[in-house]
Design a protein around this ligand. Structure first.
Ligand SMILES: Cc1cc2nc3c(=O)[nH]c(=O)nc-3n(C[C@H](O)[C@H](O)[C@H](O)COP(=O)(O)O)c2cc1C
Length: 335
């Protein structure tokens, strides 16, 4: 990854690659998927494979979702439009970050129909509500409310490099450089369950809560009418030493008990990791940094190549696992 640091510069690279604290959770995210062991079934007809899954009432080509990631123009000039095009070309669901460096309506022009909008709630609630209105008008299908960011994680890499955002974003249309600390200070730490309703209503579209790690919070999400929960520790960027997505997923799946969709992310690097997530009960899996690295190296085509490989790896996993349909993955395929 050293070449990526050279390509992007220490500031942007550190922001994209980094995690909170000692980055123990950042590393554990990948390790915990590798510790889940697959148990293949042999002599199954896997001549025809079906990767499709149903999510929010719609059939998707496969369960891969591109995670919302901020400031993509710092990775490549293709930025969020490039990632959205890569997602559309590979049948992946795309989630646009509210910290986007391309306006949601401009991304919508080139994105596929499977596009969701991620929201942070800022102290100036109107900024968030305006973003929701633009997302609704631009045909985003669902709102992903990120709930694990009352304040920013303890990110020492950003402190060291002094990375600042130089591209225009919704919070800072003029594009005057802002440090990540200045932007993080705009997040509203007073957000509670009582506020979720207001955003669900403003959204007028299905709501998913992202950043759930506890089964009791998952229950509450279902109680407030969420269409889905995303089990996530924010890619190890918020609180260091929290449990990983792979660890948190099974109790959340039990608590939700089919009443809402359950998605998971953090450290998913291979198609077989996606398969493991489905075995553990997830309906879909989000992938973050690998797509960003693809974008950084090759723009839209680079992001697309990463997604194509992940889909091909998932297809290969279904064949080698003796489970030709992704929807049939379950605990029986784990050791
Ligand atoms: C550079 C970067 C920026 C991110 N920005 C956001 C964001 O704006 N909103 C959000 O909900 N999550 C954000 N995340 C978290 C991702 O959506 C996702 O939870 C995480 O990256 C998944 O882990 P992975 O990168 O190991 O695949 C960001 C992650 C990274 C790496």
């Amino acid at each position: 990854m050293d070449d990526l640091e050279g390509l992007l510069g220490a500031g942007a690279y550190g922001y994209f690659a980094g995690g909170a604290g000692d980055e123990l959770t950042l590393r554990a995210n990948e390790t915990s998927w590798s510790q889940v062991k697959l148990a293949p079934r042999v002599l199954v007809d896997v001549g025809a494979r079906d990767l499709s899954v149903e999510l929010l009432g719609r059939r998707r080509a496969h369960p891969l979702v591109v995670a919302p990631m901020a400031y993509q123009r710092h990775a490549h000039e293709d930025a969020e439009r490039g990632t959205a095009q890569a997602a559309a070309a590979t049948g992946s669901t795309f989630v646009l970050s509210s910290q986007t460096t391309t306006a949601p309506r401009d991304v919508a022009e080139v994105a596929g129909p499977d596009r969701w909008f991620q929201l942070y709630v800022f102290k100036d609630r109107q900024v968030s509500l305006d973003l929701v209105a633009e997302a609704r008008e631009s045909g985003y299908e669902a709102l992903v409310l990120t709930v694990d960011f009352p304040v920013a994680g303890w990110r020492e890499r950003d402190k060291r490099t002094g990375f600042s955002i130089t591209h225009p974003i919704a919070l800072n249309p003029g594009g005057t450089p802002l440090t990540t600390e200045q932007i993080f200070a705009m997040h509203d730490p007073t957000l509670t369950w009582d506020d979720v309703h207001a955003f669900a209503e403003a959204a007028g579209m299905p709501l998913l809560l992202k950043g759930i790690l506890r089964p009791d919070d998952a229950e509450r999400a279902v109680d407030v009418g969420a269409a889905g929960v995303i089990v996530s520790n924010h890619g190890g960027r918020q609180l260091d030493t929290v449990l990983t997505g792979a660890e948190a997923l099974p109790p959340v799946v039990d608590a939700v008990a089919g009443r809402a969709a359950v998605l998971v992310d953090g450290g998913i690097r291979r198609g077989w990791d996606v398969a493991k997530a489905l075995c553990l009960g997830a309906d879909a899996a989000l992938v973050g940094r690998p797509v960003l690295w693809g974008l950084a190296r090759g723009g839209r085509a680079g992001a697309q190549a990463v997604l194509e490989q992940l889909v091909a790896e998932l297809d290969s996993t279904l064949a080698l696992l003796g489970c030709p349909r992704a929807v049939d993955l379950d605990l029986s395929f784990l050791a």
